[in-house]
Design a protein around this ligand. Structure first.
Ligand code: ZN
Length: 79
């Protein structure tokens, strides 16, 4: 039993993606733990683009957390 299905139906993966973003935002995890240098939203607020976290924000978070990736799936999909 693989931990991750090989092919996830688009609706399910999109919902999981949105849920992961919402969870991260609510608890200020991941890129949401830092202010966005691009759209200047404070920590805990979603980027103004809504669909994605700005690259600069993700980079800032990565620098402040020594490159630790807590949610590989989320990072992979956001590329
Ligand atoms: Zn932003």
């Amino acid at each position: 039993m693989p931990a991750m299905p090989v092919a996830v139906p688009p609706p399910a993966s999109d919902a999981a993606h949105a849920a992961a973003h919402e969870t991260h935002r609510r608890f200020r995890h991941g890129a949401y733990s830092v202010q966005c240098p691009t759209c200047h939203v404070p920590a805990g607020d979603p980027c103004l683009s809504r669909r994605a976290v700005h690259t600069a924000r993700r980079e800032l978070h990565r620098q402040s957390h020594n490159g630790t990736v807590l949610v590989p799936l989320l990072v992979a999909r956001a590329r």
